[in-house]
Design a protein around this ligand. Structure first.
Ligand code: UD1
Ligand code: CA
Length: 515
């Protein structure tokens, strides 16, 4: 932590950001799970100032709401209709005056559109400012292509003389590659005084904050320029090309940190993590993984390939393959996917399974229980050690309201069971495959709810005469190996037979056909 605490960090966020060509204000575009403004405010707070001030104007309500969500203690300053970064700081100082009296000490200014700037860099800037006894210290960067930035013009002694904006610069000045990063430390009194003398006689007709540099220098005050080695930290986002570039760089840095902390990232180029994701050592991220919204993955778990998890928890040793999950928890050693859709409120117990083409929502599935294939489980509780057969659906919606399904421990739900909620299946109970269960099944019972099968002999040869099916049937009949050998085989007179309903005196085709 810096030895000097700034009295304020002012974050400029009043501009429209026209170069984004967006209905969304520039500073509210997201990067790694935070808005650009959220990044700037987190960095500002990280420098431990007495106050953080945000200057707003364009899309004021939206920006203020986002600012307060990111930092509830932020002081909001409204910029009036005079344009420019200098005017923005005048308005910030007015707001600061109203809550904390005349500004004093060190005031830091940053921009809302510089998401990679780190708090340690701000602290280093303040330390350098204090150490050199400067009135103004600006963070600078030497760029291969300085287009668009303000250029830092130094005198014969190497000291900073002034900053000229790209649009106002001569060709010679544009050849300078040291740029103003838009991040400064000011002596508060010098800043207040100089801003009172900044005009608008420039290419953009704006009050430039950068003019303070030249004014302070002309007053004989010390102005320092501190070049940063890590130039990405100073890169501003003005358009979507820069947004993507900043996003990729931030992601690369986050992943590098996780890899150094013991996480295997098979393909960093296709793996994206938000700033607030938490990964334990020996987590393995396969290619094409996105982890968002504070998702936490515990040790030994494998996520991916091709998986997006938002606000999820994956416990130790679990595997989550080709899955889209939001607000779900996957238990220790459990397995999910491929092709699973976990919606909010899904909680899969230890060693449980959610398999291919399964959608879950508000579903608590107990330890060791399995929903392996082609199912929808919503508004449901399932106990431990239960197996849900393929293509089972909890029918939770009656067209108006949602209802719950309760399934006990060690239950065997037959394939293709419709569980018409509200309904309960007790511990150790079974349901017959293909049943529509709309009444509770007590513990240890089997619920059977399906029509008896009719068999109409010879139907195909009569009604589909000459078809490949009829010919195949005829061949089977003459070969004498028709599947039915109860005496009706070969009959063409329309005899109907029935089989006993499954699950009563035999269990063929009942539960667990898939497990
Ligand atoms: C500014 C600097 C430039 C520097 C660059 C670094 C000035 C005059 N120029 O240029 O020297 O190289 O940043 O990225 O300061 N803002 C307001 N109110 C306004 C105008 C802007 O709050 O009236 C805010 C914007 O929302 C943005 C920040 O100030 O967050 C910078 O504004 P922008 O228009 O992007 O300035 P640049 O042209 O990039
Ligand atoms: Ca900018």
């Amino acid at each position: 932590m810096s030895s000097t605490r700034p009295s304020a960090v002012v974050v400029l966020a009043a501009g429209e950001g026209t170069r984004m060509r967006s209905a969304t204000p520039k500073v509210l575009h997201p990067l790694a799970g935070r808005t650009l403004l959220g990044h700037a405010l987190a960095t500002a707070r990280g420098a431990h100032p007495e106050r953080v001030v945000v200057v707003v104007r364009h899309a004021r309500e939206q920006v203020v709401e986002a600012a307060r969500a990111a930092d509830p203690d932020v002081v909001v300053a409204d910029q009036d209709d005079v344009p420019g970064t200098g005017r923005a700081v005048v308005c910030a100082l007015d707001a600061l005056r109203a809550v904390a009296g005349e500004p004093s000490g060190v005031v830091v200014v940053t921009c809302g559109d510089t998401p990679l700037l780190g708090a340690a860099t701000l602290e280093g800037l303040v330390d350098e400012h204090v150490r050199t006894g400067s009135a103004v210290t600006l963070l600078t960067a030497v760029l291969p292509d300085a287009t668009g930035y303000g250029r830092v013009l130094r005198g014969a002694d190497g000291g900073v003389e002034r900053v000229v904006e790209h649009k106002d610069a001569t060709d010679d000045e544009r050849a300078v590659r040291e740029v103003n990063s838009g991040v400064y430390a000011f002596d508060a009194a010098v800043l207040v005084d100089a801003l009172g003398r900044v005009g608008r006689d420039n290419a953009q007709g704006e009050v430039y904050l950068t003019d303070v540099v030249g004014i302070a220098r002309a007053d004989g005050r010390a102005v320092a320029g501190l070049p940063v080695d890590d130039v990405a930290q100073t890169e501003g986002v003005n358009d979507r090309v820069q947004l993507a570039r900043a996003g990729a760089e931030l992601n690369r840095r986050l992943l590098e940190g996780w890899m150094r902390a013991g996480v295997t990232v098979v393909d960093p180029a296709s793996t994206w993590v938000d700033v607030d994701v938490e990964l334990a050592p020996d987590v393995r991220l396969e290619p094409e993984v996105q982890l968002r919204g504070g998702t936490r993955v515990e040790t030994g778990a494998v996520v991916g390939p091709s998986t997006t998890l938002d606000r999820c928890v994956v416990r130790a040793g679990a595997t989550v393959v080709r899955t889209h999950g939001t607000g779900a928890e996957v238990g220790e050693g459990a397995s999910v996917g491929p092709f699973s859709y976990l919606r909010p409120g899904t909680r899969l117990g230890a060693d449980g399974k959610i398999g291919a083409y399964v959608e879950t929502k508000d579903a608590v599935i107990g330890a060791g229980s399995k929903v392996p294939h082609l199912s929808y489980v919503g508004d449901a509780e399932i106990g431990v050690g239960t197996n849900v057969g393929a293509a089972t659906v909890t029918v939770n919606y009656d067209g108006v309201r949602k209802h719950r399904t309760r399934i006990g421990d060690h239950v065997r739900i037959g394939s293709d069971t419709m569980l018409v909620a509200p309904v309960a299946v007790g511990d150790g109970a079974y349901t017959a495959a293909g049943s529509v269960i709309d009444a509770d099944v007590p513990p240890g019972a089997i619920g059977v709810a399906r029509a008896r099968q009719r068999v109409v002999e010879g139907w195909v040869e009569r009604r589909r005469a000459g078809s490949p099916s009829a010919l195949a049937a005829a061949r089977a009949r003459t070969a004498g190996d028709a599947p039915d050998d109860d005496g009706a085989a070969g009959s063409t007179d329309g005899t109907e037979t029935t089989r006993p309903p499954a699950g009563r005196d035999d269990t063929h085709g009942t539960p667990g056909a898939h497990s």
